[in-house]
Design a protein around this ligand. Structure first.
Ligand SMILES: [Zn+2]
Length: 70
């Protein structure tokens, strides 16, 4: 396990996918990171892992809070 990672493997994967998709979105629509996260969090097609990561990033309180139940 990486010490700097606050996510388990599945959330980490979701987080990487979020970052990759953001680069694509940004090129297409120049969207801001926060707005993008809101889109991800509210999109009904977002998987639950990605949504939890987006919500935790938006709350900015505790990045690892999403892992409480793990
Ligand atoms: Zn997790």
């Amino acid at each position: 396990m990486q010490p700097q990672s606050k996510y388990c493997e599945l959330h980490q994967k979701a987080y990487e996918n979020i970052q990759k998709k953001f680069e694509v979105w940004k090129k297409a629509s120049n969207i801001e990171w926060q707005d993008y996260l809101k889109e991800v969090a509210t999109n009904p097609f977002t998987g639950s892992w990605a949504r939890e990561v987006a919500e935790s990033l938006l709350s900015e309180k505790e990045l690892g809070s999403v892992e409480r139940n793990v």
